[in-house]
Design a binder for this molecule. Structure first.
Ligand code: ADP
Ligand code: MG
Length: 650
């Protein structure tokens, strides 16, 4: 008995036509959804060359009967809905009946399937939309779909495919969105015969989250559960000590389907208001259960966006639930009590092992003079509430001396300090600036063409300016009074210096004796590896380590105040926060901006008079120092005329 029906044209038209298959990841998504819809307990994904050469998805689901095989690949043929009314209470991922047909149109596709009750399996092959005969084959119960040479007959599309590393990143994200929502299903993902994920079935959603995003994130999760009438919201919001520079770690599952919803993202941002710095985004894994008829999933071809019948109610539920939970949770005391809330001893072991490894790496770093420029400490601390009395090893951020590596003494060229200034400083018993930059740096940094008039002007003064509120520098020029944003100016100057260094291939890097392992989410990993060449220009060396880990073996000396892991996470956030892939040059530029911003003195940093002098002198060496790299002005001028007018002198 056939279960797949050809939909009437009226329904076909109701289903908005859309481009479903854009890249291998779209295929992975469609096929995984089909396997979940088929009730599979185990789903194996195998990809070759980022999915562009081969994608094989095997499941142990209900299978497709031989008489349904031709319909499975026919367009607008589905077993999941029968009429237009069904569109408004869809309980499955699929219902358009067009995925297999569209995939078959642009690839070489084969389906091998056997319902558990049938003795024999059958295979159908479709090449560029042309079906071959259906032949009997021996196969296990379930369905295996194989797709080769995606877009082989649409060269334009094929040309748009990115490097295998990029495509596998997208595929892994598609895989994550589905496997994250289905912890009861055992999933595996292989790429070029390398096992990327093996996720055994679990009843505990936290375990599945941990498998994807690591123990650190998992331990920071705060459970939530709340209902409003027939709408239920549950899942986890991460402690605000964890955040991201973009909203990609916000997994919102509507009836098990990953969705993106601007309004709910906004609600989430509101819930964390005041708890995160601006520009940071919360991390959350939330499930929303809404009656199927209260939401329209047929507004987007890939169903990524949906329309709620009452979105205001869901907005308030989300905002209210998280807010209330935060108020009831003492966020500050969570740090030491993590281990106590561990579900199993096994998990605690993993954490202990990770901490141990980190401690070892930290020790190794500390043992090498100059690696950090400061000493980094590993301190033992009793874990609160841990009855085994285990030591929790915590990494303490180094406390920097007033003139640190990336402030003025190292990254800056020697200033033309005049004899008079020198004397004045010595006289005052102050320590003059030390310059430890190597000789070649000085050459590389030689000011391009400082106008000698400016320098003379500089030399003829005993001081150049002073600092107010630890953030602005006040000085004068021929026109009037100049107020300078110290961070913006330093950032601009560092940016120019860095650019010159990179162009000259002279970026200073800090090589780690023990490369630091960093675990990353699949897309982040792919992005880091895809940008490897560009990163190397900046002195950041990353290598593949296997699984979800990369090794950082060097990093820019200017970023010595970040740990290599933090540094890499910052870089990765930048790599992945842009909507479109950046050209290599733009990417380099963005990275330079980021490094300059991180390394520059901050608003709030107190500057010694010598530092102010150096900063203001440097200002004239760089042509466009009037704007920081982000485009904000570095200085405001109050003309003498303006001041006169304001003081009613004219
Ligand atoms: P839809 O999922 O929207 O129904 P598809 O083109 O993705 O459309 O699939 C067409 C039909 O093929 C499905 O309705 C289903 O009956 C069948 N099918 C596809 N994949 C599988 C699978 N892995 N196991 C069982 N049946 C499947
Ligand atoms: Mg489908």
């Amino acid at each position: 008995m056939s279960v797949i029906r050809q939909l009437p044209l009226s329904v076909v038209n109701k289903i908005a036509a859309g481009e479903v298959i854009e890249r291998p990841a779209s295929v992975v998504k469609e096929l995984l959804e089909n396997s979940v819809d088929a009730g599979a307990r185990r789903i194996e994904v195998m990809l070759g060359q980022g999915g562009t050469d081969l994608m094989r998805i095997a499941d142990d689901g209900c299978g497709i009967a031989v008489e349904d095989l031709p319909l499975a690949v026919a367009s607008h043929a589905t077993s999941k809905i029968a009429d237009a009314d069904d569109l408004f209470h869809v309980g499955t991922f699929g219902f358009r009946g067009e995925a297999l047909a569209s995939i078959a149109e642009v690839s070489q596709l084969s389906i091998r399937s056997r319902p558990a009750a049938s003795d024999s399996g059958y295979e159908v092959t479709v090449t560029g939309g042309m079906k071959t005969d259906i032949v009997p084959v021996g196969c296990p119960a379930g369905t295996t779909i194989e797709i080769r040479n995606l877009f082989y007959n649409t060269p334009v599309r094929r040309k748009f495919l990115r490097a295998s590393q990029t495509e596998i990143g997208h595929c892994a994200e598609a895989f994550t969105r589905i496997a994250l929502a289905q912890p009861a299903i055992h999933f595996t993902l292989r790429h070029n015969d390398k096992l990327l994920f093996d996720l055994p079935s679990t009843a505990n959603w936290r375990e599945r989250i941990a498998a994807f995003f690591g123990r650190d994130i998992e331990q920071s999760l705060i459970p939530l559960d709340n209902t409003d009438g027939d709408v239920r919201l549950f899942g986890f919001a991460a402690d605000p000590e964890h955040s991201r520079a973009n909203n990609r770690m916000q997994y919102l599952l509507l009836n098990g389907r990953f969705i993106r919803d601007r309004s709910l993202q906004h609600a989430l941002g509101e819930a964390y208001r005041g708890l995160l710095l601006s520009g940071r985004f919360p991390i959350a894994f939330l499930r929303l259960e809404v009656p199927a008829e209260a939401v329209d999933v047929n507004v987007h071809p890939t169903k990524l966006e949906v329309r709620f019948a009452d979105s205001g109610r869901i907005y308030s539920l989300l905002l209210g639930t998280i807010r209330k939970k935060f108020l009831a949770t003492d966020l500050t005391t969570r740090v030491g009590t993590k281990a106590a809330s561990e579900p199993g001893a096994e998990a605690a072991d993993v954490t202990a092992a990770q901490e141990h490894r980190r401690a070892l790496v930290d020790w190794a770093k500390g043992a090498i003079p100059g690696v950090r420029g400061q000493e980094s400490g590993v301190t033992g601390q009793d874990t609160v509430g841990d009855d085994q009395g285990a030591l929790e090893l915590r990494f303490e951020p180094p406390k920097g001396p007033p003139l640190e590596l990336n402030r003025l003494d190292r990254a800056w060229p020697p200033p033309p300090i005049s004899a008079r200034q020198h004397e004045a400083a010595e006289h005052a018993g102050r320590q003059t600036l030390k310059y430890t930059g190597v000789e070649s740096d000085r050459e590389a940094y030689a000011p391009r063409s400082p106008s000698s008039a400016v320098l003379q002007q500089v030399d003829s003064r005993s001081y150049l300016g002073f600092q107010v509120h630890n953030r602005y520098l006040i000085t004068e020029n021929d026109d009037g009074m100049v107020v300078i944003d110290q961070h913006a100016l330093h950032e601009r100057i560092l940016y120019e210096q860095l650019r010159e260094k990179v162009l000259a291939g002279q970026m200073e890097m800090q090589r780690l004796l023990v490369p630091e392992p960093v675990t990353l989410a699949p897309t982040d990993l792919a992005a880091a590896l895809a940008a490897r060449e560009t990163l190397a220009k900046l002195g950041i060396e990353v290598e593949e380590f296997g699984g979800d880990t990369v090794l950082v073996s060097s990093y820019p000396a200017m970023l010595a105040n970040l740990s290599p892991e933090e540094m890499l996470r910052q870089v990765v956030e930048l790599l992945t926060s842009s909507h479109k892939p950046l050209e290599r040059r733009d990417l380099l530029d963005e990275l330079l901006h980021m490094i300059a911003c991180k390394a520059a003195i901050k608003a709030g940093d107190h500057l010694a008079p010598e530092e102010i002098t150096v900063l203001l002198e440097q200002r004239h060496h760089y042509q466009d120092s009037h704007h920081c790299p982000h485009g904000r002005p570095t200085a405001l001028v109050f003309t003498r005329e303006e001041l006169d007018r304001r003081f009613k002198r004219t």
